[in-house]
Design a protein around this ligand. Structure first.
Ligand code: PMP
Length: 796
């Protein structure tokens, strides 16, 4: 049975009214039991009776008369813990237990109804309680380091009562679920449920794997005294001491530091940095910190609800903290619990990176060293003033000076930078085994099955490689082997890879005059300023007919088509999302000539379009190959070719394909984690919603700014075409370049694409939030306005 404070005790809750001896009686006990002569006065206490006894010499002491329902084993543990702390870390300011006259640590008293109470005497700690808003970053750091030092001091402590059950122990949070129904407000009840669901899914299974020991379990600003300099002068109330995950102490402390602050995360970051300066936070602990903070909020709320139901007369007292807890939990819910978790996790990691960042060479030095050692053929650094990035978190990237950038450009970190589930999967597997696909391993098979399950019927065979280029290269080998034909068709400015075979399929990279004899190009379906425009009837059909013409041209040179490679969102051609008819009839033209279809999803796949997992699905076609890469491991190298059994079988009858790293267990676990997160965080749906919203915002801008000629795309693959004037639609490449750099200076990263480089490319991780979409549109508008004003002035 649980008592009113959430402890499991043999006594019923109603029997736990605190002891109520008079001050005179207490003073008499102090003299009789401890030989202390002085004047006693009562202090606030909810469960025990605490009295301050000032000796005749003027020295204050704390006399603690415990609740009769308290387990003597637990009280003994608390006393022994204090003695242990004093031995282990003598400068940690805790109360020192003082011996009774007969040398014991406590004495027993009987009240008038015959209940026994344990009585202890302690030194009295100086200082006063403060609220979080009284603490600056330095004081928050001190608080954090105190929490860590408490953990350190108890590291070697053991007591058999440590295993007793107390509902305040965060590992029992799931058991509070029945109390959710006591939350009367519908919205709050669903917030609470969501938080509990996440806790059960994410934190609960991992909790048993964390470092565990006896912890303080209530190290909040209510139990810590501070001196005038805001440094910790006393730690009181060891009443919740229990064996749990070490990191719970930090989570519990963070709640009391965060909830009154205008920017709770800033406070958390300062405290975490302080904690990290004493105790290294393990990755697994960092991963769970956010969920444990939420768990503490849930516990505060639900235990309060339950106690109000039991003691309605104490409602105001009981719910004082619960309201603050609601405030913070509601904020968390608005931000998204997974983002909260990521933020706190990043704060845990941030301590480490800023420390190692201290020895970082300046950017100029790196530029010089890069020039000296990396190939000049390497693609150049982005932006006029290159970015020197040191950390990523969710949608954000951070440079070495701590500036943050909203990344609206990179599709590789599809589930957000440093996603804990992906990083954890990679770390776990690399600690266990990394090997190749010539041995049986569960993850690679499971990943293949999961990918096949996302594909249309017929695409049922997977080959793993390490990059998009390799995927396209392998598809080319399979396609030519299957068809026996040598020809390829690609769009005019396509990019499909870096290998010799795929370079031939990548006109974007061809050197002036280069034109591989086996390749035909077709114009990309640019309905804005291409050869067929959206205004004219059947424009998409006309573009499709170029495929038939390309086949004919090829055949006239004695070459049959092996494959048409198509990125269904035409990302390097300028980003187009033509009507389904284009691919449907284009594909027919190629197939009639015996050619196969390779849907290159390296850029536009993995839910980016919002409507589908794969961008070709919008046209309802079923290609013969789907090639995957970039986002597949959220940055960890992994790529794949998905094809039909008969194509793979024909190849297998003659040869085989083996990639040493392709489909290795670490990469496969990364791939599985990405699929899990996409699903659990409903990121495809989010891409649809936030992408649609962003496109609308950008179209609004377009209506007010002549230089924004067109806005198009699907989901979170958006092109914004900049032109010299809306009528002539001449590409304004210089403006696009300038806007891209200006937006970067304003903290938003975008790229540019298309044969003229005048299309701003917006292709963020799918975790983009609506407010961040507003920020992208706002910064784009400001940059265009700034730069077109300058242009206007210089022209005049
Ligand atoms: N296909 C497409 C459509 C791409 O965008 C890219 C990379 N930009 C590739 C293939 C090649 O992928 P990787 O760089 O991983 O080899």
């Amino acid at each position: 049975m649980n008592d009113a404070k959430g402890r499991t005790t043999p006594a019923g809750p109603l029997e736990t009214t605190p002891p109520a001896f008079s001050s005179e009686e207490a003073a008499a006990f102090a003299k009789r039991l401890f030989g202390l002569t002085g004047v006693a006065s009562s202090l606030d206490s909810e469960r025990d009776q605490n009295l301050r006894v000032v000796s005749d010499e003027g020295v204050p002491y704390l006399l603690k008369i415990s609740n009769s329902a308290d387990d003597s084993g637990v009280i003994e543990m608390q006393t022994q813990a204090l003695l242990h702390i004093i031995r282990a870390l003598p400068d940690l300011p805790v109360m020192r237990p003082l011996p009774t006259l007969d040398g014991g640590l406590y004495a027993t008293l009987e009240d008038t109804v015959g209940n026994g109470h344990l009585v202890r005497l302690f030194t009295f700690l100086p200082g006063r309680m403060m609220s979080s808003v009284d603490l600056d970053a330095q004081a928050l750091g001190w608080f954090g380091s105190t929490v860590a030092r408490m953990g350190l001091s108890l590291r070697g402590f053991f007591h058999p009562a440590g295993g007793y059950k107390i509902l305040w122990d965060l590992k029992h949070t799931a058991q509070l679920r029945p109390f959710v129904d006591l939350v009367s407000d519908d919205e709050r009840r669903s917030i609470c449920k969501r938080a509990l669901d996440r806790f059960e899914q994410h934190a609960l299974p991992a909790l048993p794997g964390l470092r565990g020991q006896i912890i303080h379990n209530d190290l909040t600003l209510d139990n810590v005294l501070l001196d005038d300099a805001r440094s910790v002068s006393g730690i009181v109330d060891f009443g919740d001491l229990t064996h749990s995950a070490l990191i719970c102490d930090l989570a519990i402390a963070l709640v009391s530091l965060m909830w009154e602050r205008p920017d709770p995360f800033e406070a958390a970051e300062a405290a975490i940095a302080g904690y990290g300066s004493v105790l290294l936070i393990e990755d697994e602990e960092a991963d769970l910190l956010g969920d444990l903070v939420s768990a503490r909020l849930i516990a505060l709320i639900l235990i309060a609800n339950w106690r109000v139901a039991l003691y309605p007369e104490n409602t105001n007292y009981i719910t004082a903290n619960a309201e603050s807890a609601w405030g913070l939990l509601e904020r968390f819910d608005a931000v998204g619990l997974s983002r909260v978790a990521r933020r706190l996790r990043a704060a845990c990691k941030g301590g480490g990176s800023s420390r190692s960042g201290a020895g970082c060479p300046p950017t100029e030095d790196l530029l010089e060293r890069r020039r000296n050692v990396l190939s000049p053929a390497l693609s150049p650094l982005s932006y006029e003033h290159p970015l020197h990035l040191v950390r990523g978190e969710g949608i954000w990237m951070f440079d070495r000076s701590g500036n943050r950038y909203l990344d609206a450009y990179n599709n590789v970190p599809v589930v957000g930078y440093s996603h804990p589930r992906v990083s954890r999967a990679i770390a776990d597997q690399s600690r266990t085994l990394n090997t190749n696909t010539r041995y049986l391993h569960r993850s690679v098979i499971e990943l293949a099955e999961r990918i096949v399950a996302t594909m249309p019927d017929g695409l049922d065979t997977v080959l793993f490689v390490n990059s998009g280029s390799e995927a396209n290269d392998v598809a080319w080998r399979l396609a030519t082997a299957y068809t026996g034909a040598p020809g390829a068709i690609v769009t005019a400015n396509a990019y499909h890879g870096v290998t010799t075979a795929t370079l031939a399929l990548s006109p974007e990279e061809w050197i002036e005059g280069e034109l591989p004899a086996h390749v035909e190009r077709v114009p990309a379906p640019d309905g804005y300023r291409g050869i067929h425009r959206r205004e004219s009837p059947d424009w998409a059909g006309r573009y499709a007919r170029h495929l038939g013409e390309a086949v004919t041209r090829m055949q006239s040179r004695g070459i049959e088509p092996a494959a048409f490679y198509v990125d269904s969102l035409f990302t390097s051609d300028g980003i187009f999302a033509p009507p389904p008819l284009y691919l449907q009839s284009g594909v027919d033209c190629v197939r009639q000539a015996g050619g196969l279809i390779v849907a290159d999803e390296v850029q536009s796949g993995f839910g980016r379009t919002g409507a589908h997992m794969w961008s070709f699905q919008a046209a309802g076609i079923v290609p013969d190959f789907v090639t995957l890469g970039k986002p597949m491991g959220n940055g960890h190298p992994i790529a794949a070719v998905v094809t039909r059994t008969q194509i793979a079988e024909r190849f297998a009858s003659k040869s085989d394909i083996f990639s040493t790293f392709g489909g290795n267990p670490v990469a496969s676990r990364a791939g599985l984690a990405v699929l899990d997160v996409l699903e659990d965080e409903a990121l495809q749906e989010r891409a649809g919603e936030v992408g649609g919203y962003l496109q609308e915002k950008l179209k609004e801008l377009m209506r007010g700014h002549e230089s924004i000629g067109d806005v198009r795309g699907a989901g979170l693959m958006i092109g914004v075409e900049l032109v010299e004037d809306a009528k002539e639609r001449r590409p304004h490449s210089r403006l696009a370049h300038a806007v891209m750099n200006r937006m970067k200076d304003k903290g938003v990263l975008v790229g540019s694409t298309g044969p003229d480089g005048n299309v701003l490319k917006i292709r963020p991780p799918l975790v983009l939030a609506t407010a961040e979409a507003d920020s992208i549109a706002g910064k784009l508008r400001d940059s265009v306005v700034d730069l077109t004003n300058v242009e206007g002035r210089t022209r005049r």
